[in-house]
Design a protein around this ligand. Structure first.
Ligand SMILES: Cc1cc2nc3c(=O)[nH]c(=O)nc-3n(C[C@H](O)[C@H](O)[C@H](O)COP(=O)(O)O)c2cc1C
Length: 353
């Protein structure tokens, strides 16, 4: 009798029936979006994501006229688009007519709230743009607004302008072998020395992480570092994947994505993609600084999401992408071997199957 009861308390025949029904609904969902919608969303599993996404869409317009955390995501994307227009071969005599007015108005309204680097980038690119483009219609109107706003911008005159240029000449780059040895050297590390991690090192690694590519250079995420031992211990109870070693994590980082950077639902995956690319740069940078890390999954579980929101004062459109445990590695601690797949399995060319 005992054998017929599964760990969930469900009798085996019933469990098999539920499992079969699930397979039927899943295969039906492959061809019927309506079935899939019902199946996947009716239990509320997606509610937190929907809520944050909706909040991000609602916050997007306000952010276009008032920067927060020194950033205006609409403006960042617009300036990025101008840079792309400037590098086109051949470059069009007139481009960006459909968004240049919104761009300069956004700069004008948000400038006092933007960090210096963001103002400098917008300023330099707009100077370049208006210097080369034919000024007619909306572009002429935008040029006038920019001329009026320009004296109010916090810009440094003498530096190399933040505009498109040919690639820098390679200087003291690591060789392929050196890069691979760094990639091989990093191992997800779960045992740490109980030593304080200097904030300067974390800041260095975060600056390295900021160099990662992001969609339209928006960088819509940030690293929330917890190095207070009591807080870290408390927060380490949030993710599931740290059981058995959570208590020895000296620094816990929540990488937080911000949906407010996107006006289109189609871009809803970008917070995850962009943040993850930067996390790779971050963890490699840590290794060069003598530190080690373990990236930690943040699963979509409503109760845990609520606990996280109670513990970490995130804004409504913000979502935890991942946690990262950081510290000096305990040299006596073991790390899994975790062999990687060979290129033949991992890569594919053209129409190979
Ligand atoms: C998205 C993601 C989530 C992960 N979540 C956990 C986790 O919750 N707990 C854990 O111990 N390791 C976690 N890891 C670490 C993986 O187990 C590890 O990267 C993998 O086994 C390969 O080992 P390596 O990083 O040493 O190459 C995670 C890694 C990634 C990329």
């Amino acid at each position: 009798m005992k054998k017929l009861i599964s760990r969930t308390g469900m009798k085996e025949p019933l469990k098999a029936l539920v499992s079969r029904a699930r397979q039927v609904v899943l295969s039906r969902s492959e061809t019927s979006a309506a079935t899939g919608r019902l199946f996947f969303t009716s239990g509320g599993q997606f509610d937190d994501e929907f809520r944050a996404l909706a909040s991000g869409q609602a916050l997007f317009p306000a952010n276009a006229s008032r920067g927060d955390r020194g950033t205006n995501y609409f403006l960042r994307r617009a300036i990025h688009r101008l840079e792309k227009g400037l590098i086109m071969r051949p470059r069009k005599p007139s481009f960006a007519a459909d968004y240049i007015l919104d761009t300069v108005v956004s700069l004008r309204d948000s400038a006092p709230t933007l960090n210096q680097a963001e103002q400098q980038w917008a300023h330099d690119v707009l100077v370049e743009y208006f210097g080369v483009v034919e000024k007619r219609g909306a572009i002429a109107e935008a040029a006038e607004i920019f001329t009026a706003v320009r004296p109010q911008l916090a810009v440094a005159g003498s530096k190399t302008p933040s505009v498109p240029a040919t690639r820098a000449k390679a200087q003291s780059l690591p060789s392929f072998d050196e890069l691979v040895s760094l990639l091989q050297y990093r191992k997800s590390t779960r045992w740490f020395k109980q030593t304080t991690v200097p904030r300067e090192l974390l800041a260095k690694a975060i600056n390295a992480a900021a160099l990662a590519p992001t969609a339209c250079n928006r960088q819509a995420y940030y690293y929330w570092v917890f190095d207070d031992p009591t807080l870290t211990q408390e927060l380490a109870k949030l993710p599931m994947g740290v059981s058995g070693f959570g208590h020895n994590i000296p620094v816990l980082i929540a990488v937080v994505g911000r949906y407010r950077a996107y006006s289109h639902v189609r871009d809803r995956h970008l917070i995850y993609i962009d943040a993850s690319l930067s996390i790779m740069a971050f963890v490699q940078a840590l290794e060069t600084l003598g530190l080690a890390s373990c990236t930690i999954n943040w699963p979509e579980i409503p109760e845990r999401e609520k606990r996280a929101r109670d513990a970490i004062p995130m804004e409504s459109d913000e979502r935890i992408i991942m946690f990262i445990a950081v510290g000096y590695p305990d040299d006596t601690g073991l790390v899994p071997h975790s062999p990687k797949q060979p290129e033949a399995v991992f890569g594919r060319f053209n129409l190979e199957s």
